[in-house]
Every structure is written in C-alpha cells, then in structure tokens.
Design a protein around this ligand. Structure first.
Ligand code: SF4
Length: 479
C-alpha cells in the first residue's frame, strides 16, 4: 500500500471514438489540475478509470472485457478503486453495477468533469460502501478554459464542436444516451483553436455526432460556415478537417467555402449508411439515392481532388440480396477514397429494434467482406496512380512500423482512420513532426504509400517567411 503523502496515481483507459477521446482528455486535465499523478500502467494506479464505448455490440464487448480485466487488478489489491465512465455507463449504469461488483462508481457522458472530486471521495478512508452513480446529465460541452490533457501528437488535435444529435437514425442508440444536439458557440470553438495554435497545433479535426448540424439547436443553420471562416483566419492552423457530415446538410455556401479556402482540407467524411431508398427510409435517414448521387457529383465538381470517406451498414433488418447488390454496385461505381463497412448491430432503445435481427451473422460478415475486398482493390488502384507524383505531407513522426521510417499524412489522409505515407528517405534534411514537406511517392500499398522528401514546403496559407524560419526551428530540441 502507498505511503499516504505520496501523490495518488490515476490510470485511464480510453475506448471508442474521437469524441470519447476528448472526454478522456478533459478527465485527465481535471485530474492533473487536482494534483493527481497520471500513469499509463494501470497496475501502478490507485484508481483506474475505463472510459467506455456503448455504441454497438463489438464496442460494448470490448468495454466490458476491459472493465473485467481492470476488476481483476482491483481484486488482486493492485488498485484501490475502479470507475466506469462514458457511453456504456450512461446506457447501462445499473446493469454494470450489478454485473461487475468491482466497479466502485459509474459516471455518465455529462458528469465526467466531476471525476477529480469523485476520486477524492473514493480514496477517503472514511468512505461508505455506497457506489456513486453520476449519470443524470447526458451532455457536457467543454470550453476553451476546461483543463484538457491531449493524448494525441502535439501538432494536431480533435475539436468537438457539439454533443448529442437531433437526427433519429433507426439503428443508432447515440441520441438515447448522448441526448439531443447541443452546440458550443463559434466564439468558444475559435478561442480553443487559437489556444491550440499557440501550442503548435497545425491541423484541427472537427468532430461531433453530426458536424453539419452545428448551430441548428440555436436555429442558426449556416453557423458551420461562419465557424469555418473564423478558423481559417487563425495563424498557425494550416489544415481544418471535417468529420461526421450528414448528406442533406450540405449547403452551397459550405461547398463553396471548402472549394475556396486552402486551409479547409479537401476531405469529407460523409457516412451514408446505405443507398437503397427502401432501406434508407427504414433507417430513417434523410435524403434519397438521387440526392446523394447529386451531392457526390457536386462535391467532386466543385472541389477537385476532394477525398471522400464514407461508412455503410450491411445486414439491416430485411436487407434483401437485391438491395445489397444495389449497395455493392453503388460502391463499385462511386469509388470512394476511404470506406468503412459495419455489420448491423441490434440495439435496444433504437426504433429499428422491434424489427428484430433476421440477417444471420454469417450473411452479414459475407456482405461486409465482399464490400471491403472490393474497396481494397479500388484503394490500391487509386494509390498506384499517385506513384511519381509530388505531394504536400504533414509529418507525424516516427513510423509505428519501424524507427527507420518516418510517417506522415496527405491532406486526404485523416489521423487514426486512414492510411499513411511512410518516408524512407529525407534527402538528408532534418524533418520533424508537425512540419509540412514535399514528398515524391515511390511506392503504393492497398492503403499506405511510400515516399521520399524532396523539399521542405510552405504549408497551406503559410508565408515564405515562415517557411524560411522552420529549418531553424526544426533544429531545436523536440518539444
Ligand atoms: S446522425 Fe444518425 S447515426 Fe449519426 S449520431 Fe445522429 S442518429 Fe446516430
């Protein structure tokens, strides 16, 4: 047992999507501010926090497995308290407390800023056996002043602009536990982005449940455009990327701005879920096949070279072989640049739940496999076309594959979800994380590329003066 005056150590396991990662970062920020020491070794921690995901089956299973694993740590006396936070907790707090007795407290998706005072209460030797349950408020909007310890690399950041969602896709449980749409203000997001730029962030990844609905809860339909205009004026920010857009939310004003503004990445994450009109109706998705196809044509016409990422669900209740083939043909013809395929997850609390789950796991996995294999070939073909071209790349640092390689990303490669460019030759130049360089592509794999540095490049919107400056900066010791 630790000596009382020693700083208490907290370990946090962050599961799920980037939105959950931001919540984890806010918890870590408030714990640090409250004087806790943070450790990546849960076995060394006095308190372990598991920030869970509760979206679909696979994610729920992973969260429960992690809680059970950390429960073992507690049973063996290596940690004194276990806290479950996040989406699974907001959805099933009672069940979790019943099923996993090692859990000492549950914190939902709106109360996690209270994590430090909860830890204090749990470490208090006079504490009662009561197991606190903080799940009353599903939504919390952090602000620029909110303490946040960012987990990712220094030079890019996720910025969550809103929480909750007003759409009611019939397969989706998120509104049932994250609540209705609540947007931060433009001023709040801009001040955060300015602070991030001062910290050396050059790429901002805007996230939300439905990004293009930003401001709608304040009856301000065009607020995303206003926000983007402000963000493009921030010195030091060179890439602004949009995640989780909704097809029928795209306005001409938004498309025009993306086409005009060099700092806004020609990259669109556009989850479509399906393309067959009957299935889209059953999914309670807005927009029909015709509108979606028109939108994609418009995006590709108005934003040349735009990278389109999408996600689809296979095996939705009642999806016929014919409707699956329609989806498969659509994906073959559209040739998305990036693609995710999920198998339908039968989620209680969703309006599709009463439809049952008639499509067997075998058929779902077969359909998922067919589309992923098709996409692998499409991606490989597109990647090969880049060989011999010279592209602007943001260096992320040493490659996860080998210390002999650096890796970075093109404007069309988002962090964490897309492929990377492996740099195997820097032409003797000092190249550091957070820098923009010019890279000639020399080889292509299904999702990754290989390239060599040809020139250190001025980032989009960066002055030649700044370009001249950076070699000096790059020789400074790493931040
Ligand atoms: S847009 Fe649909 S899928 Fe996305 S969070 Fe909202 S309800 Fe869920």
């Amino acid at each position: 047992m630790k000596h009382p005056k020693e700083k208490k150590k907290v370990g946090l396991v962050s599961l799920g999507c980037p939105k959950n990662q931001v919540d984890s970062e806010v918890m870590l920020g408030s714990l640090l501010q409250a004087g806790y020491e943070l450790t990546v070794e849960e076995s060394e921690a006095d308190i372990v926090i598991v920030n869970t995901c509760g979206f679909i089956d696979q994610a729920k299973e992973e969260s429960i497995e992690t809680l059970l694993e950390m429960g073992e740590l507690k049973k063996s006396g290596r940690c004194r308290a276990l806290i479950a936070t996040g989406c699974l907790t907001q959805r099933y707090s009672g069940d979790l407390l019943d099923e996993i007795p090692e859990i000492d407290a549950v914190v939902g998706t709106g109360d996690f800023p209270k994590i430090a005072s909860l830890c204090e209460a749990l470490l208090n030797p006079k504490r009662t056996d009561e197991r606190p349950r903080l799940t009353d408020t599903p939504t919390y909007l952090y602000q620029p002043e909110t303490p946040r310890l960012r987990l990712g690399p220094r030079h890019w950041a996720y910025v969550k602009v809103s929480e909750g969602c007003n759409y009611r896709c019939s397969f989706c449980s998120i509104p049932s536990f994250r609540g209705d749409l609540q947007s931060r203000t433009v001023d709040s997001v801009v001040r955060e982005a300015q602070a991030l730029a001062e910290e050396g962030v050059v790429e901002i990844n805007l996230i939300a449940q439905s990004l293009t609905s930003f401001g709608w809860d304040r009856r301000k339909k065009g607020e995303l455009v206003a926000l983007l205009k402000e963000l493009t004026r921030i010195d030091g920010i060179h890439w602004i990327r949009l995640f989780y857009t909704y097809p029928t939310d795209f306005t001409d004003a938004l498309i025009d701005l993306m086409a005009e503004e060099e700092k806004i990445c020609r990259y669109i994450d556009l989850p479509l879920q399906h393309i067959d009109d009957r299935i889209l109706r059953k999914m309670n998705r807005k927009g029909k096949r015709k509108e979606i196809e028109q939108l994609i044509r418009k995006l590709r016409d108005r934003i040349p070279g735009v990278t389109l990422r999408s996600t689809f669900i296979v095996g939705f209740p009642g999806e016929t072989e014919k409707e699956f083939r329609a989806l498969s043909d659509f994906i073959r013809e559209t040739e998305f640049d990036r693609l995710g395929i999920f198998t339908y997850s039968h989620e209680e609390g969703t309006s599709a739940y009463p439809l049952g789950d008639p499509t067997s796991e075998k058929v779902k996995l077969k359909r998922q496999g067919t589309l992923l294999e098709m996409q692998r070939k499409i991606s490989r073909r597109k990647q090969r076309k880049l060989i011999g071209t010279t592209q602007t790349l943001l260096v992320d640092g040493l490659s996860k594959e080998s210390d002999l390689l650096l890796e970075g990303r093109l404007e069309g490669q988002a962090p964490d979800v897309d492929g990377v460019v492996l740099i195997n030759d820097t032409a003797g130049k000092a190249v550091n994380a957070g820098e923009f360089v010019s890279v000639r592509m020399t080889a292509a794999h299904d999702y990754d590329l290989v390239g060599e540095v040809v020139e250190r490049e001025a980032g989009p919107g960066e002055t030649q003066k700044e370009k001249a400056l950076l070699p000096m900066i790059s020789s400074l010791p790493h931040g």
